[in-house]
Design a protein around this ligand. Structure first.
Ligand code: ADP
Ligand code: MG
Length: 701
């Protein structure tokens, strides 16, 4: 079966070496399977006919019934062409051919009615179609337009068109393939699944997805193929998870010892939320099973993930292990380091910070202390995974903002101990459930869905430039109460110069409006040296300045509970999740906090939706869902490195119901038959083995 799918495309009738090479290079179509899964991007409704007068140049194609009134070959050499005219009761249309002139000329019969189909253009005010598809008209209109009521349209490229592989050309290849070998498409889903989910069989689905007789058939086919795609994706992810469970022993954290208890009873400055407690319990449970943990910890900004991570780390230390905490940026890493310092104090647990800017001398000491086991916790950036960094006994790894790390980097951490460490992945960017299921389908998921008590929800307002003075007034009022204010400007690569100018102008206005000595402003942007940045940040953190004007460098990591106002300039230029991240910088203390979105009057539809969403909700998960709808899953960070989102037909936004069904189906199957040994699951086992040939699971974390 798979052999058929993997048959090189040049074996197909009509595909020689040249076309095969072009197909491979341009569209990645190298085999029969690739061609079958090169799905039409749309279908042209050939049941609809237009009058000549209805046609406009904006239409991608038009189908017209008209009577041929004349035909003529004109011009010389390269300009030689066949020009014909046809008429319906509303007007005249001109038809032009530059190729195959003689043959077309002979076939066209003046006086007969035809169905012409093609891209309309206007030439000297006259409707024209070049190289129309042409068919004699017969009284039954659907029949007259050929067997295909819904004509598939395939994406092609200029290069391929040179090989006559435009949409129509590709269609022909698919037709040949299906006609000659369609019966070789074997079923890969067992009957009981087909019945339960009312799915048509596979061969039929491929036939109907390319050549549906009507929309009903198209729907059936796409439902079947989407289910199949999502089903095998989930099968792979869950199989991987089961495999790891069987394959990898995990360290057992049997003791709750002094470190944990001392911290919990004497150092923890607040009561844990019940969501934090639940998450901790889940981690406790995982780390006592003797199986390596791979857990994703999701929680909105400020939900208190760090404490949960820290307490898990203390458990590891209680059991004689070391831990590390990895963050994607230096700022975030040092923020974590500061949090640990605050929470742990000195002389309790040994911890250190390792980043790109750690000096050689410090590095050497860190390396030594890690290897001797003196150092309990290492916080840092990518610097952590360098081979030089050797632990005595690494037992627990926390990865913050995982979506910025590659799978390979995760794997490197695994290899830092003979028994791989437990891994807790934290993300502050809530991921819609379905996406998490696909991106992290092989991880267990904990969600902190509750903010610490006493937090007042952040109030978000949207203002136009015209309200600038009111906003300044509001800032003064809050500063007078002793609060601090962030003012954030976008800094986006393409127009860095312009953005910087924006920022500078903004700073100037701000300095005039908030003059010394009453007001002090910190300024942080990408052009500053790291030391200057840190210095300015510190001034703000210590409360020496009341306003922090910054570019998005403050997006992650800054934690200043006294800062209660976030003003986002040109807010329409930020993505939704970024806006939400920024807003999360305030609302960290007990005071009422505010987020003010400044925008120009002119807003795109999406831009307006983003700002309205921000005003309406503080719920990161709801925001993530809307973000997914607006941007499509393709633009969600992290997709590139996961590889698993390379879907051919399913769409994670539109096909959530199918995804959920597929996931449930896979879960039920593994529940009953984890090794896929039952006769009824034979097909799955077989298909799965073929699909994953040569893939070794232990390479994938
Ligand atoms: P996250 O990493 O999820 O964004 P943090 O762990 O940085 O959140 O916590 C945000 C702030 O809330 C920190 O100042 C932290 O000390 C505080 N915090 C965490 N848990 C609680 C709690 N249960 N009660 C009160 N404050 C908490
Ligand atoms: Mg955090």
């Amino acid at each position: 079966m798979n052999e058929f799918f993997e048959t090189p495309i040049e074996y197909l009738k009509g595909v020689g070496v040249a076309r095969a090479t072009a197909l491979k290079k341009e569209l990645g179509i190298a085999s029969y399977g690739d061609l079958l899964q090169y799905f039409p991007f749309k279908y042209i409704d050939r049941t609809r006919f237009y009058k000549v007068k209805e046609a406009s140049a904006e239409m991608p194609y038009v189908q017209i019934i008209a009577r041929l009134t004349q035909k003529e070959i004109i011009g010389e050499k390269a300009a030689r062409r066949l020009v014909a005219a046809a008429q319906d009761d509303t007007g005249q249309i001109e038809l032009v051919w530059f190729q195959g002139i003689a043959r077309v000329f002979d076939n066209l019969m003046v006086g007969k009615a035809y169905v012409f189909f093609g891209k309309p253009t206007f030439f000297n005010n006259k409707l024209q179609i070049a190289h129309p598809e042409t068919e004699l008209y017969s009284a039954n209109p659907t029949k007259s337009s050929g067997s295909q009521a819904l004509q598939p349209a395939y994406n092609s490229t200029e290069k391929l068109k040179k090989f006559l592989l435009d949409s129509k050309g590709i269609q022909k290849l698919v037709a040949v393939l299906l006609e000659q070998y369609g019966r070789n498409i074997n079923e890969n889903l067992p009957d009981y699944l087909l019945e339960k989910h009312r799915l048509i069989d596979r061969a039929k689905a491929f036939q109907q997805i390319h050549f549906p007789a009507d929309f009903g058939q198209l729907k059936e086919a796409s439902k079947r193929l989407k289910f199949e795609e999502l089903f095998f994706l989930q099968l792979k992810l869950l199989k991987n998870k089961i495999f790891k469970t069987q394959q990898f022993k995990g360290n057992i954290f049997g003791n709750v010892g002094n470190f944990f208890n001392e911290f919990y009873n004497h150092k923890l400055p607040f009561a844990l939320t019940s969501a934090q407690k639940r998450t901790l319990k889940e981690i406790r449970f995982d780390t006592q099973k003797g199986v390596q943990m791979n857990r994703l910890l999701q929680g909105d900004v400020g939900s208190g993930k760090t404490v949960v991570a820290l307490m898990s780390i203390l458990l590891a230390i209680d059991n004689g292990f070391q831990a590390c905490m990895m963050a994607p940026t230096e700022i975030l890493a040092s923020q974590h380091y500061q949090s640990l310092k605050q929470l742990l104090g000195e002389g309790f647990v040994e911890f250190a910070l390792l980043t790109g800017s750690t000096s050689k001398k410090e590095r050497r000491i860190i390396h030594e202390n890690l290897e001797s086991g003196k150092l309990h916790i290492l916080v840092g950036t990518h610097a952590l995974i360098e081979d030089k960094v050797q632990f005595k006994n690494l037992g627990f790894v926390v990865i913050d903002e995982q979506h910025r790390f590659g799978v390979e980097q995760r794997a490197k951490l695994w290899r830092k101990n003979s028994i791989p460490p437990h891994i807790l992945v934290m993300t502050a960017t809530p991921i819609p459930r379905t996406l998490a299921m696909t991106l992290y389908g092989d991880l267990d998921v904990s969600v902190i869905d509750e903010l610490p008590a006493g937090r007042k929800p952040i109030e978000t307002k949207h203002f136009y430039e015209s309200s600038r003075l009111r906003v300044f007034g509001f800032m003064k009022q809050e500063i007078a109460k002793g609060r601090q204010v962030y003012v954030v400007y976008p800094l986006i690569k393409e127009s860095e110069k312009l953005d910087l100018k924006n920022l500078m102008d903004g700073i100037e206005v701000m300095s005039r409006e908030f003059p010394l000595p009453d007001y002090r402003i910190s300024i942080v942007h990408g052009q500053l040296a790291a030391a200057d940045k840190a210095f300015e940040m510190q001034r703000f953190v210590k409360g020496e300045t009341q306003i922090m004007v910054a570019t998005t460098v403050i997006e992650v990591g800054v934690n200043v509970p006294n800062a209660s106002v976030m003003i986002i300039e040109n807010a329409e230029r930020f993505g939704l999740s970024q806006l939400h991240q920024l807003r999360g910088r305030v609302g960290r203390g007990a005071e009422q906090s505010y987020c003010i979105l400044m925008s120009s009057q002119k807003l795109s539809k999406d831009g307006r939706t983003r700002l309205e969403t921000m005003v309406q909700t503080n719920d990161g998960f709801e925001i993530a869902e809307i973000d997914l709808q607006l941007r499509g899953p393709g633009n969600i960070e992290g997709k590139q490195q996961s590889g698993v989102l390379d879907l051919k037909i399913a769409n994670l936004v539109e096909d959530q119901p199918i995804l959920l069904k597929a996931r449930q189906a896979v879960e039920a199957i593994f529940e009953e038959d984890p090794q896929l040994l039952l006769p009824k699951n034979q097909l799955l086992q077989q298909h799965f083995a073929e699909k994953t040939q040569g893939l070794s699971w232990n390479k994938i974390s």
